[in-house]
Design a protein around this ligand. Structure first.
Ligand SMILES: NC(=O)c1ccc[n+]([C@@H]2O[C@H](COP(=O)([O-])OP(=O)(O)OC[C@H]3O[C@@H](n4cnc5c(N)ncnc54)[C@H](OP(=O)(O)O)[C@@H]3O)[C@@H](O)[C@H]2O)c1
Length: 263
């Protein structure tokens, strides 16, 4: 099967207009996959879609939407019900820096909605669509900041740990249905968050490098750390091969439990 046959004809890129998500949109379109681009700013969504249509001759759907909102699943369902979607990238995420006692609770709950709740909702929604097709792909964009509980980005760090753990479990479970799952854990990457950093600055990668690392690992492993900074800081605490051994051992244990006690 070609890449497009396995993962197309449509992809949804949640947070797909700029930064790492913008590069995911381009990578998929370059392989002939039509893209539903979701991001908050309608003009950026329109610009990305126009670029994909012009450069790669693919179709696009513009979906301006706050992925931290309460209506995300409904809006995405409406926009994609008539499309044959084979790939989901959940890229949008919010990071901020500060002491835990200063955090605003409402803002943190919004972060949870954006980084976790709607990532889970869209993942489960598309899993249900991919399983009967016996093919598909899911990429969850986590962070090297999720490898260990990280002070001063504590809540962000916890949301990103959730994402890669979820991806690991689904990687092992969904391979039985021909579906590939990967969590990408980028280190410092020039994007909205580090927009003034010039390309080539040591310790910083560009978004394209994250996406290249992702597709090098995709279909082969459960997670990938991307970038010098990620490897230098938490690389030694995050061994994908070792983690995979553990995941597969747990898969066997829980398969046996299901045989005995049912799902
Ligand atoms: N950059 C880094 O150094 C770094 C490091 C580790 C992990 N990450 C993770 O990588 C992912 C992408 O990071 P990035 O730096 O490329 O991000 P970014 O440049 O800030 O944004 C990426 C895309 O997400 C969209 N987006 C942001 N918030 C959104 C929201 N609430 N609802 C809908 N769309 C939203 C943006 O468009 P709009 O702004 O128009 O909505 C844009 O299309 C994030 O999950 C981040 O946590 C980044």
């Amino acid at each position: 099967m070609s890449f497009r046959e396995k993962y197309g004809p449509w992809a949804v890129v949640a947070g797909g207009s700029e930064g790492i998500g913008g590069e995911f949109s381009s990578y998929l379109a370059a392989r002939g996959i039509n893209v539903v681009v979701i991001a908050r700013r309608a003009e950026k969504v329109a610009a990305k879609c126009a670029e994909l249509e012009d450069q790669y001759r693919v179709e696009t759907v513009r979906l301006p939407l706050d992925l931290g909102g309460d209506d995300v699943l409904e809006r995405v369902r409406e926009a994609t019900n008539n499309l044959d979607v084979g790939f989901l990238v959940y890229n949008a995420g919010l990071a901020s820096l500060g002491p835990v006692q200063d955090l605003d609770i409402d803002y943190e709950l919004y972060r949870l909605n954006l980084n976790v709740r709607n990532a889970l909702a869209l993942t489960l929604h598309f899993v249900k669509r991919f399983v009967p097709r016996q093919k598909g792909g899911i990429v969850l964009v986590s962070s090297s900041g999720g490898v260990v509980g990280t002070p001063y980005i504590q809540t962000y760090s916890a949301t990103k740990a959730y994402l890669f753990t979820l991806a690991e479990a689904l990687w092992a479970e969904l391979t039985d249905y021909g579906i590939d799952v990967l969590a990408v854990l980028p280190g410092n990457t020039i994007g909205q968050q580090f927009q003034d950093v010039p390309p080539g600055t040591p310790g910083f990668q560009v978004a394209r490098e994250v996406v290249e690392a992702a597709f090098e690992a995709f279909g082969k492993q459960s997670t990938v750390l991307s970038g010098e900074a990620a490897v230098a800081t938490v690389g030694r605490y995050f061994d994908t091969a070792k983690r995979q051994e553990g995941i597969l051992a747990m898969k066997n244990i829980f398969q046996e439990m299901m045989k005995q006690y049912g799902p």
